[in-house]
Design a protein around this ligand. Structure first.
Ligand code: PLP
Length: 479
């Protein structure tokens, strides 16, 4: 027998390293696992406790330390507690403090305590919820969450729903359903016959659509360049009166929540115009869709329930850990037709089979955290989270305006665009803000100008965090 190899009971060769680490008796294994998970909990808790005072961006030293990870693929195993130690020593300082209260970059939500805890338990469960038979709990929590989501977002109760990675895939999934239905209505089976020779679909988008929506259209074979773009107003809202004449088959994509301004396309008017021509209306509401959950902000999204499909993120404003996106489709059969897969070895029971609605078969059980977040917040807590963030956005804007900064958008939701003068100066101030580390805000381009974008999207942010951040930004702007 070759040196370092041993023969297993099934006749396969095992490497010597496996022989030197025999499978532990079950009780010792459990003791080790308990100690490891306790250590993990303590490490994670310490990390979260430190977030409030540490620099939001990682320090240059922390980034330099990352080179320690660049070692060749190890030949031998490493104990789990040593792996955790390395991750915490090198990894934790090199994180961006997104889970903390003063990260205002992009539109990145925090993680609610219940959602984080559920995420850990779900990790231990290690469920694959594609089929009810594979994970009854995974499938049921999706089903319950879907019902609750449609309720709080005020969408039709019989929508089909898909739990996916994020809004990009949610747009893709919902638009695949749209593509199915508009072509089926034209007598074409796109899943069977593809797009070659299919009746051309007119696709209309607002000129301020999020690039991920355009990417989703490209992935669906609908073309990034052949779409028709509708002009927008100064807040990025689609001008419904400028929509082109539509003839079937057609899909109109509108937006609830512009990533820069937070502004909403006029849903009622767009749905009316599109539906009068038999077009499908899709809404990208990656964060804006959550306005429907707030009595104070639901007017912004009036008419959105009249659309045919919607995409949103749970990792943004529902504050569940990454990654988590959601697609809802009024015509559940269209979603199922676009996504379903059959195979003799995949049993279909009488329950909702999650993989009939998603691009993936195997994936993680995202319904667990979504259920936990909704359960922990309740309807009132969710409304409060949305409204508190919006109130803090206004406070942010007022504080900066008092310090002579220019606010470039109407603060309708949770997004604030700030200019500190010309583009060069604005960029310099943003760099100083990021270096200072009190908070983190990123640059963006808005209607030809460089701006700093502030997004209030975390349950963890309080008044004092906004006050501290405003003071730090004003300090950076006068240096
Ligand atoms: C309006 C809009 N759509 C889509 C996306 C993409 O979301 P994700 O990164 O979750 O795929 C974003 C991200 O910010 C967004 O703001």
């Amino acid at each position: 027998m070759a040196k370092g190899l041993t023969l297993s009971s099934t006749g396969c060769f095992l490497r010597a390293v496996v022989r030197t680490r025999p499978i532990l008796p079950i009780s010792r294994y459990h003791l080790k696992m308990r100690a490891l998970l306790k250590l993990t909990a303590e490490t994670a808790a310490r990390y979260l406790e430190n977030l409030k005072e540490r620099s939001v961006a990682p320090s240059p030293q922390a980034l330099e330390q990352l080179t320690e990870l660049e070692e060749p693929m190890p030949e031998l195993p490493t104990e789990a507690d040593r792996i955790l130690e390395t991750l915490d020593r090198i990894g934790s300082p090199a994180t961006m403090a997104m889970a903390g209260p003063r990260y205002f970059g992009f539109v990145i939500g925090g993680s609610l305590p219940a959602a984080l805890a559920a995420n850990w338990l779900a990790g231990a469960w290690d469920q694959c919820p594609g089929l009810f038979a594979a994970s009854p709990i995974g499938a049921v929590l999706e089903e319950v969450s879907l019902r609750w989501l449609l309720d709080v977002l005020k969408l039709p109760a019989d929508c089909g729903g898909a739990f996916v990675t994020g809004a990009t895939m949610a747009n893709f999934t919902a638009l695949a359903a749209a593509r199915h239905r508009v072509l089926a209505n034209a007598g074409w089976d796109v899943e069977a016959d593809g797009l070659f020779g299919a009746p051309p679909i007119t696709v209309v988008v607002g000129d301020e659509s999020h690039p991920s929506l355009i990417k989703a259209l490209g992935m669906l074979g609908l073309g990034r360049s052949r779409i028709k773009r509708v002009p927008v107003d100064r807040q990025g809202r689609m001008l419904a009166s400028e929509m082109p004449p539509l003839s079937k088959p057609a899909i109109v994509c509108m937006q609830a929540g512009n990533v820069n301004t937070g502004a909403f396309d006029p849903a009622e008017e767009i749905c009316e115009r599109a539906h009068s021509s038999g077009a499908w209306v899709h809404i990208d509401g990656a964060f804006g869709l959550w306005a429907a959950a707030s009595p104070r902000y639901e007017h912004l999204i009036e008419g959105a329930a009249g659309a045919d499909s919607w995409a949103t993120d749970a990792h943004k404003w529902l504050n569940v850990p990454y990654d988590s996106g959601l697609a809802f489709v009024k015509d559940a059969a269209a979603l199922k037709n676009a996504m379903s897969l059959t195979a003799a070895y995949l049993p279909q029971g009488e329950h909702r089979e999650p993989s009939q609605y998603t691009p993936e078969l195997s994936r993680r059980a995202r319904g667990v955290e979504i259920w936990a977040a909704l359960k922990s917040l309740g309807r009132t807590g969710l409304a409060d989270l949305i409204e508190r963030n919006c109130c803090l956005a206004r406070r942010f804007a007022e504080g900066l305006q008092r310090g002579d900064c220019q606010i470039l958008n109407e603060i309708v939701l949770n997004q604030v665009l700030v200019s500190f003068g010309d583009d060069t100066r604005t960029r310099e101030v943003i760099e100083r803000v990021q270096r200072d580390g009190t908070c983190w805000c990123g640059p963006t381009e808005w209607q030809g100008r460089t701006a700093m974008r502030i997004s209030l999207s975390s349950w963890a942010t309080r008044d004092e965090d906004v006050e501290r951040s405003v003071a730090a930004i004003l300090q950076a702007s006068i240096v």
